[in-house]
Write a protein that binds this ligand. Structure first.
Ligand SMILES: [Zn+2]
Length: 426
C-alpha cells in the first residue's frame, strides 16, 4: 500500500474549525479514508481531474461512470486520454491510465462504468458514501440530485452530492446534503439555459442572426436532407449551414451571421478551460476528503469561482426553496394568460429557467391534460393542445407536470390574468 505521509499532518491534527474536536480520532479518519467508496459521475474535463486527485490523495475504492466515448476535441484538457484512445470509453480509459501510473498500489480499486447514470438501479447508488459529479449536463445533475434526495427521504440514507461545474473561466462547487442543505433543483434558475426561439419567429419573422441560423438548422436541413442527421463536427455540413443561414439573413436584411456564431448556435458550445477544471475539481476533492475524514468542516455550501476578471471567489450558504420540486413542500404558483392555449402554456414552461423540461406530460387531479407518452395517450390527449388553458383548468387548480427524463413531478397552482383573446391578433 502507498504510504499516506503526505496527508498525515492533516489527519493527525484536527482542523481548528472542527465542531466536535473531542470526538475526533485520527485512526478512525485513516480507516474511513481507506474504506470509503466514492462514485464519480462524469469522466470528462472535471472527472479526469477528480479521479486523479482522489486516487493520489489516498482514497482506495473509487467508481467512475460515463456514457461518453473520447473525441479528438477532448484531448486538450482531458489529460488522461491520448489520440489512440479516440472512440473508446472515457471511464475505461481514465481508469486504465490511473492504474498504470499507480500500478505499485495493490490496494487501489477503481472501477469504470461505461453507462448512463439512469441505467443504474438504486442498489448501485446505495453502496457509496459520497457522490461527486463533474458533469456538463443539467439533466443528469437533476436526475442524480433527486435520486439521492429520495434515498434520504425514503430510506434515511444520506449520501452527500458534491457537484462541480465549469464554464469558460467560471466555475462552482457545492455540497448538497440531501434533506439538510438546499439541493440542485433549488438553484435551477441560477444556471444559463440554452436560448430557444419560437418556431414561428424562425420560420416567418426572423430578426436576429440566430433566427436565420436556427432556420437553416431546424427547418431547412430537414427539408433538404430528410434522412440525414446534421453532424456539427463535419466541416462540409457546417459550411452548408453557415451559407444557408447567410443567404437567409441577406433576404431579410439581417447582419451578423458568421461562421463562429453558426457553430456556437448549432453546437451550443460551452468553452472548457483546463485550469478552471483543475481549480473546481480540487475544491470538490477537498470537500470529499474533509467529509470522509471529518478533519475539517465542509463547505457551506456553495463556492463560486470567477477567473475572467482577475480572480474572484466567494462562498455562501444557498438556502432551500420551500417551493423546490425536489426538496420543497409547497407548489409553485404560475400565472397563465387567459388567451394561452395548452400548447402555448407548454412552450412557456419548457423555456422557464426554474422548470426546464423537454417532454412534459400534464395532469390535474381529475383529468389528463396532455401526455407526451405512451403513444396511445399522446394521441388521445393532443386535441387539448389547441384548447385554451382557461377552458381546461380552473383558477387555483393544481397541475402536476412530469417528464420522462426526470424522476420528479412538479406541482403548480394556476392563476389567470389578461385578455381572453391573443393580443397579437386582436
Ligand atoms: Zn431543492
Amino acid at each position: 500500500m502507498k504510504d499516506l505521509s503526505s496527508i498525515s499532518p492533516i489527519i493527525d491534527n484536527i482542523g481548528p474549525f472542527n465542531e466536535v474536536p473531542q470526538e475526533y480520532n485520527s485512526q478512525d479518519s485513516y480507516n474511513s479514508l481507506l474504506n470509503s467508496k466514492i462514485l464519480i459521475i462524469g469522466s470528462g474535463g472535471l472527472g479526469c481531474e477528480i479521479l486523479k486527485n482522489l486516487s493520489l490523495t489516498g482514497f482506495k475504492n473509487i467508481h467512475i461512470i460515463d456514457m461518453d466515448t473520447i473525441d479528438l476535441s477532448n484531448l486538450n484538457r482531458q489529460f488522461l486520454f491520448r489520440s489512440e484512445d479516440i472512440g473508446k470509453s472515457k471511464s475505461e480509459i481514465a481508469v486504465k491510465f490511473i492504474k498504470n501510473i499507480l500500478d505499485d498500489d495493490t490496494t487501489l480499486e477503481i472501477v469504470p462504468h461505461f453507462k448512463k447514470i439512469q441505467d443504474m438501479d438504486l442498489e448501485f447508488y446505495k453502496q457509496f458514501q459520497l457522490v461527486i459529479s463533474g458533469l456538463d449536463s443539467i439533466e443528469a445533475r437533476r436526475w442524480i440530485n433527486s435520486i439521492l434526495f429520495n434515498l434520504a427521504e425514503s430510506e434515511n440514507l444520506i449520501i452527500p452530492l458534491i457537484d462541480g461545474g465549469t464554464e469558460g473561466f467560471r466555475g462552482q462547487s457545492r455540497v448538497i446534503i440531501p434533506t439538510f442543505t438546499s439541493c440542485f433543483e433549488c438553484s435551477l434558475d441560477l444556471l444559463n439555459v440554452k436560448t430557444t426561439y419560437p418556431v414561428c419567429t424562425i420560420a416567418n419573422t426572423p430578426r436576429l442572426p440566430e433566427h436565420c441560423i436556427e432556420w437553416a438548422h431546424q427547418l431547412e436541413w430537414t427539408r433538404q436532407f430528410p434522412n440525414t442527421k446534421f453532424d456539427a463536427d463535419d466541416p462540409d455540413q457546417v459550411d452548408w449551414m453557415f451559407n444557408t443561414a447567410l443567404k437567409r439573413s441577406k433576404e431579410f436584411g439581417i447582419e451578423g451571421v458568421t461562421k463562429s456564431l453558426t457553430l456556437g448556435v448549432v453546437k451550443n458550445i460551452i468553452p472548457a478551460i483546463a485550469s478552471t477544471n483543475a481549480i473546481i475539481a480540487a475544491s470538490c476533492c477537498n470537500e470529499a476528503f474533509k467529509y470522509i475524514t471529518s478533519t475539517n468542516p465542509m463547505l457551506n455550501n456553495y463556492m463560486m469561482y470567477s477567473g475572467d476578471d482577475s480572480i474572484f471567489t466567494y462562498t455562501y450558504s444557498y438556502t432551500k426553496k420551500t417551493n423546490c420540486s425536489v426538496c420543497g413542500n409547497i407548489a409553485k404558483n404560475i400565472v397563465v394568460q387567459n388567451w394561452w392555449t395548452l400548447q402555448q402554456f407548454i412552450h412557456e414552461i419548457k423555456s422557464k429557467q426554474d422548470i426546464q423540461l423537454i417532454n412534459p406530460s400534464l395532469t390535474t387531479s381529475s383529468k389528463l391534460l396532455y401526455m407526451s407518452s405512451p403513444q396511445e395517450l399522446q394521441i388521445s390527449t393532443k386535441s387539448n393542445l389547441s384548447k385554451k388553458m382557461r377552458d381546461l383548468v380552473s383558477v387555483g387548480e393544481e397541475i402536476v407536470i412530469t417528464d420522462l427524463n426526470l424522476p420528479i413531478s412538479l406541482k403548480f397552482i394556476i392563476q389567470f390574468e389578461g385578455s381572453y383573446e391573443d393580443p397579437e391578433f386582436s
